[in-house]
Design a protein around this ligand. Structure first.
Ligand SMILES: Nc1ncnc2c1ncn2[C@@H]1O[C@H](COP(=O)(O)OP(=O)(O)OP(=O)(O)O)[C@@H](O)[C@H]1O
Length: 339
């Protein structure tokens, strides 16, 4: 028996005066999952989320939430909560008032409001700060207030648009873990927009990678990393990015293909025993590893990872080796061919 997805987008398109926002967006999102919409600026992530939220209406296609066709429903009728980058807190209201604002509007009884407030503040680690105003909180605490507000709303679907982008790197890491933990504990379905692949890869069960208003690949973080559908996905996912080069550089791969290889699949071998001779162009110490950047006349972006501190002099010539099974082969238009 197949269960129907909790959220379904079917052939959704949105244009403004003929200019493309998104097109052909078809996506099934299971209940209780964490889905990240990932891609570069302008690829259509926010438009997709806004269509799901009911803040925009599609020109084509259908949107279903919990089997109900909500394609033209108002945002308020879609039973979802939203968390934005900007927090969207009322500056003159306290933390507690901000969190229960929606419940008050919905005339939820005071006793229930206080219970829900306490639980949400407990979950988000904000107990003790209920009387502060947003201006008296750090960026991370403000974002936690926005999360607490989404939690008390009690909706099964929560949409998040770059909720961490105003926070510094350390805080981003901490709140990232909080969000993931919350999503698991509450069993809610999260659709999360980000342009940060580390964020998407570390939080999501499913990553939807977009470019120019179209979906490029839908899969687990591991799928996108290990079996990219095309050269765009191959280069976008992973740091350092996969090196891509013309197949003519290697024997036996023909002329018109693109070959991809990741740094961790390349070894430095004794002179004369490798498949390519390269020149070291930089060494970057990353902590646990050193990244050695390589120049080759036929291939850009090649690099090798060496354990620990292992700097190599710029200009050094080295031979590198890799096995065919670690190569990604793309056809003349950049689509994955094998494996
Ligand atoms: N209200 C609008 N009017 C006209 N064009 C729009 C509107 N909103 C978005 N677009 C266009 O639709 C495309 C997708 O925009 P969208 O905001 O969804 O991208 P994004 O991936 O979320 O980018 P970013 O990461 O920069 O927020 C862009 O070309 C954008 O200019």
């Amino acid at each position: 028996m197949t269960t129907s997805p909790f959220v379904k987008l079917d052939g959704v398109a949105k244009r403004w005066n003929g200019q493309l926002g998104v097109e052909g967006i078809t996506l099934d999102i299971p209940e209780g999952s964490f889905t990240a919409l990932l891609g570069p600026s302008g690829c259509g992530k926010s438009t997709t989320l806004r269509l799901l939220a009911g803040l925009e209406l599609p020109d084509e296609g259908k949107i279903l939430i919990d089997t109900k066709d909500v394609t033209t429903s108002a945002a308020s009728d879609r039973n979802l909560s939203m968390v934005f980058q900007s927090y969207a807190l009322f500056p003159h209201l306290s933390v507690a008032e901000n969190v229960v604002f929606g419940l008050k509007v919905r005339r939820v009884p005071k006793k229930e409001r206080l219970e829900k407030l306490h639980r949400a503040l407990e979950i988000t680690g904000l107990l003790g700060l209920e009387d502060r105003k947003p201006g008296e909180l750090s960026g991370g605490q403000r974002q936690r207030v926005a999360l607490a507000r989404a939690i008390v709303a009690g909706q099964r679907l929560c949409l998040m648009d770059e909720p961490l982008s105003n926070l510094d790197a350390k805080l981003r890491n901490a709140v990232r873990k909080d969000i993931k933990k919350l999503q698991r504990e509450l069993g809610i379905t999260v659709v999360y927009v980000t342009h940060d692949q580390t964020e998407a890869m570390s939080m999501a069960d499913t990553v939807v990678l977009m470019k120019d208003g179209h979906i490029q690949q839908v899969g687990s973080p591991e799928d996108l990393y290990s079996r990219p559908n095309n050269t765009f996905v191959a280069e976008f996912v992973g740091a350092p990015p996969m090196a891509l080069f013309q197949s003519s550089v290697l024997e036996g791969f023909g002329e018109d293909k693109t070959i991809g290889i990741r740094a961790e699949n390349i070894q430095i071998v004794p002179r004369g025993e490798g498949r390519m001779r390269c020149t070291v162009n930089e060494s970057e110490f990353l902590g646990a590893e050193t990244l050695i950047g390589l120049d080759h006349a036929g291939a850009e972006g090649l690099c090798v990872l060496k354990p620990g501190l292992s700097l190599m002099a710029e200009g050094n010539e080295i031979d590198i080796m890799f096995s065919d099974e670690n190569l990604h082969v793309f056809d003349a238009v950049g689509q994955r061919m094998v494996g």
